[in-house]
Design a protein around this ligand. Structure first.
Ligand code: DLL
Length: 442
């Protein structure tokens, strides 16, 4: 269902007119109330009134994660703290956390954006909705929560963790929708199987999954394991939280950006110059309606492409591709760029392999090496008694190694473990263990 047809099916000209007027208001606001932005605009010798078209945005300076850290905790707020009704923060596993803030108006707009996103992904008023995103400083739990209520659906605010209880609640409350990270929702499905339940027989019809990179192959796996339709939801706390973009139920092919609130660009991460539609690069967002924590040309570190082609659902909102990976997570192994999702894609082509994996990176001699750790499926494990000397196991190892090598273009190590060996996630999965820099684990 299209909740805001006048926006979601607007002509490009109308949308761009709205974006330009909101961009100018946002720039005036940050110029007046955030010293960091005033200084960086002054340094670039540009005033908010110099912006006459959306193309002029390339004249504005970028904002980076380090700018948020440097102004920790409240230095980038465009309102006084009395006007803030909520804070969120990143987990801050590396350095200071990044703090973001919302006014009452921001929270109301966010709830509406998420409600619209949920409707786009097939949710309806009257649905029961199991929200397995973590509640707390992370934006996933509360961000989805208020959007579900705003839509008129009933939220079951389970949060992450206690997976056996999640299964019981799904059995008892019979929700139509579920949200969580793809890795955690898969973990819930696995728990159902461990408890002797058939994950395909639940009341669930759709999943709204995101907050971590996942491949098309993992979507197929989740859809068939749970017999649901799985839509990708994207967002980041610096820009708002979940709901910046979402896939539609009809096409499941690219995520519609809430363009009336966020202006998207793709740049070449090396040169910082714009790249054409359809080409991959770093996503950059400018907020157009935020009061407490506006961001100007925020470099997300996420790799995607943009698409302006019409969509089967009738929405005209631009689509971004699924996130290929984060620049932070891009491994450069002997000169070749590798994203964990590319490894995931290869692993999931093998029925004998379960969808749980981790990649370790080490520095051996003068070379960086990559080792893929994955698991056999429980069925394969049941049938092949003598891992790893069973010829079927040896053949699997050989074929998988060959596929990884030919798909990634580099030689990698491979360890195939027994079922249940790889740590399961209750939120964002940790796919990379980087031993090259001591204590830096992503
Ligand atoms: O992960 C917000 C969110 C919550 C999005 C629930 C979707 C659902 P942060 O914790 O600030 O916010 O992390 C943001 O997570 O820059 C991406 O690298 C990654 N990410 C978020 N959504 C997706 C997605 C939330 N659909 C960072 N696909 C972002 C791939 C995603 N990566």
């Amino acid at each position: 269902m299209i909740l805001d047809p006048e926006i979601e099916t607007a002509s490009r000209e109308d949308l761009q007119r709205l974006q330009l007027s909101r961009l100018r208001t946002t720039l005036e606001r940050v110029y007046e109330s955030v010293p960091f932005y005033r200084e960086s605009l002054d340094e670039a010798r540009i005033k908010p009134t110099d912006i006459h078209s959306l193309q002029d945005i390339v004249r504005l300076p970028f904002t980076q994660k380090s700018d948020l850290r440097d102004h920790y905790p409240f230095g980038l707020l465009a309102v006084t703290t009395e006007h803030v009704v909520r804070f969120h923060a990143s987990s801050g596993t590396r350095g200071k956390p990044t703090v973001v803030a919302y006014t009452k108006g921001d929270i109301a707009r966010w709830a509406h954006i998420v409600a619209r996103a949920l409707a786009c992904a097939g949710a309806k008023a009257g649905d029961r909705f199991h929200n397995a995103y973590g509640y707390g400083l992370f934006t996933g739990g509360l961000g989805l929560h208020y959007g579900i209520e705003e839509l008129g659906a009933a939220v079951i605010p389970v949060s992450g963790g206690n997976t056996a209880r999640q299964v019981r609640l799904i059995e008892d409350f019979r929700p139509r929708g579920i949200s969580g990270t793809p890795s955690y929702v898969l973990n819930i499905a696995e728990e159902m199987e461990a408890l002797g339940l058939d994950p395909r027989q639940t009341s669930l019809e759709y999943g709204i999954l995101g907050a971590e990179p996942w491949s098309e192959a993992l979507r197929a796996e989740i859809q068939s394991t749970l017999d649901i339709k799985a839509m990708d939801i994207y967002g980041l706390s610096e820009v708002m939280g979940p709901g910046v973009a979402i896939e539609c139920w009809e096409a499941q092919n690219g995520l519609h950006i809430a363009e009336d609130h966020f202006l998207a660009e793709i740049i070449d991460p090396k040169t910082a110059l714009p790249v054409p539609f359809g080409e991959s690069g770093e996503l950059v967002f400018t907020s157009l309606t935020k009061e407490a924590f506006p961001v100007i040309r925020y470099r997300t570190g996420d790799i995607a492409s943009l698409d302006q082609e019409p969509c089967a659902c009738g929405r005209t909102l631009m689509r971004m591709s699924r996130i290929k990976g984060r620049l932070d997570d891009m491994l450069i192994i002997r000169g070749v760029n590798v994203f964990p999702t590319e490894i995931e894609y290869v692993l999931l082509q093998f029925d004998e392999i379960a969808p749980h994996y981790q990649v370790t990176v080490d520095h051996v001699g003068s070379l960086d090496t990559l080792e893929v750790h994955c698991e056999v499926s429980p069925e394969f494990h049941r049938d092949t008694s003598t891992i790893p000397s069973d010829p079927r196991f040896m053949s699997l190892h050989h074929r998988l190694l060959h596929s990884l090598k030919s798909e990634l273009g580099i030689s990698v190590g491979l360890k195939i473990h027994r079922p249940g060996t790889i740590a399961r996630s209750e939120g964002k999965a940790i796919r990379i263990v980087d031993n090259r820099v001591e204590s830096e684990i992503r």
